[in-house]
Every structure is written in C-alpha cells, then in structure tokens.
Write a protein that binds this ligand. Sequence first.
Ligand code: ADP
Ligand code: ZN
Length: 823
Amino acid sequence: MILCGRRCRPLFFVTSGNRQLVMNENLRIVSVSLMAPPYTTLHYRLPEWLPEEMWCAGLRVAVPLGARGTLRAGVIAACGCAPDTVPQGVELKAVLWPLEFVPLLGEEYLEMVRQLAVRQMVPPGQILGMLLPAGLRSAGVRLRVRAGGRPRTLRLRDIAKMADSERHVLASHWSAGRVEVLEPETDEAENDICHVTADPPWPVRPAARRQTEVLEYLWENGPVSRRRMLHDLGTGAQTPLLTLAERGLVHVGPLDAEQAEVCGCGIDSACHTEAFENQLFELTDAQQAALRACTDAVESDSAETRLLFGITGSGKTAVYLELARACLEKGLSVMLLAPEVALACKLYRDVQLRFPGLPAVLYHGYQSAHEREQQFLNLAAQAREGRPVLIAGTRSALFLPVASLGAVVLDEEHDASFKQDERLSYQAKEVAWFRVAQSKGALVLGSATPDVKTFHAVREGHMPGIVLSERVGGGTLPAVELVNIKDNAVKETILAPQTLTRIKETVTRGEQAVILLNRRGYAPLMYCLDCGSVARCPECEIGLTYHKGRERLVCHYCGHSVPFPSPCAKCRGVHYLPMGEGTEKLEETLSTMLPHGKKVLRLDRDSTRRPGRMEQILAAFAREESSILVGTQMLSKGHHFPSVTLAVVADGDIGLNMPDYRATERTFQLLVQAAGRAGRGERPGSVIIQTRDPAHYCWDYIRNCDYEGFFEKELEARRKRRYPPFVKLALIRLSYPMDWPQGQDRVNALASAVRASGRELGVSVLGPAPAPLPVLRGRRRFQCLLKASDWKTIRMLFHAARQGVPASSRLRLSLDLDPVNML
Ligand code: ADP
Ligand code: ZN
C-alpha cells in the first residue's frame, strides 16, 4: 500500500455511529485545481478502485471535464470536502487517475499558490499553470504496467474507456508498485531550440523573404523552441528554417553543451586557478559583522528582513556566500537571486569556486522544457526528503520547491527586474518574504543604492539595516566630474572633446574604460530629407531606431522592423539623415578615434542575443582584449573589472525625463552603479558624467556618492506629491484595437464608473489618460493611476470595474499593483 506521507486534514471530525458514514462520504470528495483552461477548482469524487490513503492535497491527478469528459491535469487542493460545499443537484464525476505516487507539491507550496491567486485575482489553477514546467501539467502521460508477460503501455484515455473491473485490476498493480508513470511523450518541437549563429547582416538573397523573416524573428526573440516559432510564424516557416539550419545560419536542436552553459565564462584553466585563489580570502571585520547580523536573523524564532547596504566593491557577495554555507550547515536551504541571468551565473560560479562540492543548483530561463521539468522534479524530491539545497538564479527560481528555507538573498534589490509584468505579475521581494515567513527564515536585501521604499522601511524601524561603508582592500570611490554637453561643438559624437581626451589618455596608459549609453542601435531617429518626416512604427507610432549592422529600422517597443533603406512611407523618397547616437554608433566612432591597436567591445541587448555571447564579451574585456566597453545599463550591474579606471556616462539625462515618479531615483541608482565600475582595482578611478542640465540637483548627490542625502530629498518630494512609500500606487491599464470605433466611448464609460467607485471607496483616481506610449502593437492605450492607503480597496475598485466589462469585449483591462513600468 502506498502512503502519501502527509495526512490530509479532514474538515471536521464526527464520532457517533450514524454520522461516521457522513464523514467517510466527505472524505471521498476532493477539490481539484485544473492546470489548463478553464483553470477552475472543481469537486470530484474519489474513485473506489484506489485506497483512500493515497489521495492528499498537492497530488497531481487526471480528471474528466465537461460532457465529453476531456481529460485535464490538476492538483488536489483539498481532501475531505463537506458535501454542502458542492452545488446542489450536481452529480460529481470521479477523479480518473493519479499522475504520481507521492504529491509533487507540499502544503506550503499550495499555500503560496493560493496567496498569489488572491493577490492576482485569478484562480489557483492558473497560477499553477504558470509556475509548473509544461510536462508536469500535462494530461498526456502514459502508464507502463509490468504485470505478467510483456509490459503494457496505457494512455489515460485508455483508462477512461475501461470497465470498473479492469480499473480495479490496474489499481491493484498500481498499489503493488507494478506501474510506472512515463513522462508525456517528448515533443521534439518543444525541445528543439532555435537561434541564429551569426550576427547580422546575414548572407541571404533579398528574394528569400521567408528566410529573412525567420532570421529576423529569431534575432528579435532570442533562442526559442521550434514549436513557439512555428506557432508565431506559421508552419510555412518550417522549410526556410531547415534551409537556414543546413546553411549553418541557424541552430536547431537542443542547445549544445557550450551554449547551454550560459556560464561558459570562457576562463581557461589557468584563469580558473587564479579565480579560485582569489576566492580564498578571509572576511574583513566589517564583513564578519554583517554576516553575523544575517545569521542571527536566520536563527531567530521569527521571519526577519535585513537590508545589507554596502557601497559598490564593499564585498557583499562574500557575505552572501558565507551566509549560504552557514544555512546549509544547519540543514537549511538558501536562494541567492540576482536581477539578471549573467549575474546569477556569476553568483553560481562564485559559490562553486569558494565552496566546491556544495549542493548548488543554477536556475535560469535558457533551459529546455525537459530540463526545467527534471530540475523541478529533483528539487521536489529533495524537498520531500528534507535535504537542503542552494539555488542561484533569477526571480523565477523563487517558485522552485525547497525544504526549510533558511534565507533568500536578493542582490541589487533596487533593480526593476525583480518585478515581473508579463504573464504572472509579481514582485520578487513579496514572494521571497512570503516564503521565508513560512519557514521563519531571513530575507536579505543587498544594494549600494537601495530602493527608496526599502530604505524608508529601515528608517521607520521596520527592518534593521547593516552597513558596509568601505571598499575591501581600502580602495576609494572614484572622483566624479560633470561635463556640460549642451553646446557640444563636435557633431559626429555625443562625447565632448575633453571626454574624448580623457578616454584616449586612459587607454594609452594601458588602462580600461567603460562607457554607458543607455540607448541601443545606431541612431534613435531617421529623418526623411525629402519630406522632413520621421520614420515611425505603424503599430506604435514611435520613431524607429536605425540598426546599421542589421540594415533595418526597428521599433524598440514591439519589434516591428523594415529593411533600410526602403522608400519613405510618406513621400516614397530615399534620402535619409540619421539623428542622434546609440551604442552601435558610439562603438563605431570610438574605434576610429582610438590609438592604433586599441579595441572597443559593445555590450547591449543586440550584441548579446546569441546564447553565450554576453559571457564571451565580458570575459574578453576581463582578459583586457579590448580597452573600452561601450554598453547600455547591462554593463552597470555587478561586474568587477580591476583595470577599469574610467567610467563615462555619455548621456546622463536620458532617464531623468521619463514619465515615471521614480525617474530621478532610477537615474541615481544607474549612475552610482555605473560609477562603481571604476577604480575597483589598485589604481584609483574617475567618472565623467555628461549632461545638458548641470544644475539638476541629483548630480551633487551622485558626485558625493551621498545615498542618504539623496534619499531625504527624494522622500520629501514623494511626501508632497503623494507617492510611495506614502501611498499604495496602482495602474489600471486599458487598451482597445485602433480600428474599433466604439473604443473611446467604452473607455469614457468605464472611466466615470471607476471615478465613482473611487469616490465611494476613498481611492484617488487620476485619468484615464492616454498612456505615455499611447499606441502599442496596434492598440490604443490608456491608464488610470490609483492611490489608496491599502491594497485591498484598490483590488475592490478593480473588481468593480472589471464587472462592468463583458468577457467578450474588445476593451482589455488589467491591474498592475505597484507598477514598475509606467509606460
Ligand atoms: P560588491 O558586490 O559589494 O560591489 P563584491 O562582492 O563584488 O563587491 O567584491 C568586490 C571584490 O572584492 C571581489 O573581487 C571580491 O572577490 C573581493 N573581496 C571581497 N571580500 C574580500 C576580502 N575579505 N578580502 C579580499 N578580497 C575580497
Ligand atoms: Zn512598434
């Protein structure tokens, strides 16, 4: 007999003889959350052919749905449901078959799912559908039965057609351990990953339109499964894909080892030894103190949060690593999370170097569906056995099953990418807090430039702060200098003459420089000289960016692109003038200006689209194969290059004018981080910030690296204008297709309803006004800014608003709590 190991909680206990029956009856009703549409949670009868003890919450099961009995995979949400919770007059269907012997998910995991569901106002099944890897939510499994003669393979459909007597026989085999659950038939199209193997321009004839389309698609979307590509481009893309694969321009198949290893840092074994020895240092006194404060938080009887506020280069990583080891030694799991894949890999590598042999797992989004599934299953098994693990990863690693979580570390906690907007919207900090609260663990937030809300919480006494105020090894923070580029005389580049001189001096001395320009592509605007118009995206009405290597104009919001040059959409003219400068152009300009033999590398979304490229570029720069690294905000984060003595911010004003209440905070964080790249070795560093607005108040704080001064100023501004942390902020986003004539009327009608319920509930409602990006992917967009004292009233208001819009309406609305992306 198979026991599930965990008792299901009956809803009530009754003892008298007569009512005992009622209880047994109750125990045979379960609720199941479907992991595929319609995602509802439905009641089912337990079938009599399997023993009662094997069913319990968290077990994955197959259930029939609707009149036709279509099979769906679901998770038992609760056992022993009272019959009065079942709608009257409904005859319950029976669960068809379990999909596993022991439940995949534990009670704590289910509780997290329920909480997310409440918060997102979607059914728990939909949350499970988003969190579990595809193979684990499929009803496509088969059973292999080994009982006398040759093994038989059964599909669930076959079981559905069986007579009860046959099911009883199967059940006896199941209980005797003679049945094996086979994974869903591996779908090659799902496991084949496609990606381009070379940077554009590609050697493809202009007439081969379909091939170009495939290449452009893969370039824009990065590595994707063949299934997704065929879904997006249509099955007609199969032939050009194969042609491109034959020509070696596209890779189709599992990612090969070198590429799958996103950590393939390219360090050869000599470097490896050096890197290893570099990790053998002892913690400084300040680091020791910080570590103790963190381990105390782990050991305390309640869940705790700590802010590790340490300047750039103060050695926060070593504190995280020692904390992780301390947790594992106590039998507790730990998660080290970074805002992006490359940084997560770096954390993972640091763990391996410092503590070879520690049970560490790297979790990132480049794995195939099959690998993700295996990882989830392995971790679930280890969690059941209570074995602790260390997980290094990005935000989605938070949803892996682990046993007794001792600590979660969010490095660079201020980073916007800890908030996910697509599909399932969540803030990693909240999920992390929820998870450590369950296990009474510790949440450690680390940053040199904490989120204003986090620091406010420290100031208010809600969470202790730990300070690391010096660079390890006594390195000093770089000197910061402003360069006014308002009247820049040099027209071919954004770099002022004195900035250029400093760059040249630096590389001539044999040192390195990083140059931040947070704008990718060659030129952000393309003017038609014949009619004076700017090339715009037909779907978004936004100016198209010129990408020279790709020979295309590209919309940075929806990915739409057109070959360049092609005739002007307005006047059919063919004379163009590119305006402004992006990273691609800056790289080109600098290469022509540098002393002979000095090279430039570029790090942005375009140069890192192919798997493994980012690591190659960073490694090449670390090996000093180039003197200059030009890049977008990607290069400001976390990387450690000891030979960099100059950091240049080419356009300090880019972020300041964004329509976002955090524009200054973001700029401050980005620039302090970027400045932190300089002078991390023995030689002192310096920083140049170019701006057209040298009088802006934020420069002084950046120059003095005065986080707290900046914080005070910013907080005052937010208090005055009623922004977080003083209110709860949310956005209702509305959109409708551009060609829908009734759209505007519907928005107006909804607006008055929302404002009315806002008055009733005490929520202040701004708008709806056109969004800063008023058109995106062919839809007109509006947004309503909500301010309230708690989240609940905001949810109530949204619920009321949603009630007024029929499901069939072409008006889409969604709620974004604490929005990070205000566009
Ligand atoms: P932060 O994340 O705070 O910016 P890092 O953790 O990247 O700083 O540390 C900066 C550098 O200092 C790293 O190369 C790290 O290996 C090194 N380092 C950290 N702690 C020590 C120490 N106690 N002794 C020597 N080197 C250290
Ligand atoms: Zn567009």
